[in-house]
Design a protein around this ligand. Structure first.
Ligand code: SF4
Length: 248
């Protein structure tokens, strides 16, 4: 294992409770090829930003919290940004963490090339949190700046490899909160028996300050915040297809 390989790291959180099971050490990597309109962390977009840290540095930090991670059924989640921009690093980090008995998860947009480095990363990944931004390619491009072909290929690969997967569905009023969309979403997801649950994440305006600090124009508004009734309706539709949801 190469403990000296480095990544650009935006930040670290020692007690995350929303990025996978249990209490988690969450590592935010720098760099993202997407430009999601609802992004909370536009300050992660620049791959040259953040701090350069090695696998050794991060594992040393993580191991201080091993007891509480294990007690709570938690582990480490690597997010971003888009963490799969730095696959070689994640492979080395997760290899070392697995060796030390730590549960590993990646939170990703799924927008990544399928290559040997990805196979290696997935061989040491216990859980993938896949942010499926929109099923329609045009709507996906409008929301994120990129199409969704790679995302679908990635989900197929997770299915082939039987990797435990949670899907994250950011619900935006007027964009992906209709009953018709939820039905299509449920029918699509149902085909993937590696998907254990769907997390329904209502859009909120957190992160807008960062956009203005970076001189970026924020295009969504309060009107995109979904109602409780809509969230319940979506959860009910997914339940009808036997899909468990969290967060609604
Ligand atoms: S993939 Fe994540 S980090 Fe990248 S723009 Fe979208 S929300 Fe932001």
């Amino acid at each position: 294992m190469n403990l000296d390989i480095t990544a650009r790291v935006h930040s670290q959180e020692s007690a995350g409770a929303v990025d996978g099971p249990g209490l988690r050490y969450v590592i935010f990597l720098q760099g993202c090829p997407l430009r999601c309109k609802f992004c909370h962390n536009p300050d992660t977009w620049n791959i040259k930003g953040g701090e350069e840290l090695s696998v050794r540095d991060l594992v040393n930090n993580v191991m201080k919290y091993k007891a509480f991670m294990q007690f709570s059924g938690g582990g480490v989640t690597v997010t971003g940004g888009e963490p799969l921009l730095q696959k070689k690093f994640i492979y080395e980090l997760f290899s070392e963490l697995k060796y030390k008995g730590v549960h590993t998860a990646i939170d990703t947009s799924g927008y990544t090339k399928i290559d040997d480095d990805l196979d290696k990363v997935l061989s040491v990944t216990d859980l993938v949190l896949l942010d499926l931004k929109h099923l329609n390619p045009k709507a996906h491009a409008d929301l994120t700046g990129v199409g969704n072909d790679l995302v679908f290929e990635f989900l197929k690969l997770l299915h082939q490899k039987k990797i435990r997967t949670w899907i994250r569905y950011v619900v935006l009023a007027g964009i992906n909160d209709s009953a018709v969309y939820a039905e299509n979403f449920a029918k699509f997801i149902k085909e993937f028996d590696n998907v254990e649950l769907v997390e329904l994440l209502p859009y909120h305006e957190m992160g807008t300050d960062k956009w203005s600090q970076l001189g970026l124009k924020y295009q969504l508004s309060k009107e995109n915040i979904p109602s409780r009734e809509k969230l319940k309706e979506i959860a009910d539709i997914l339940a009808k297809y036997g899909i468990e949801t969290h967060g609604a």
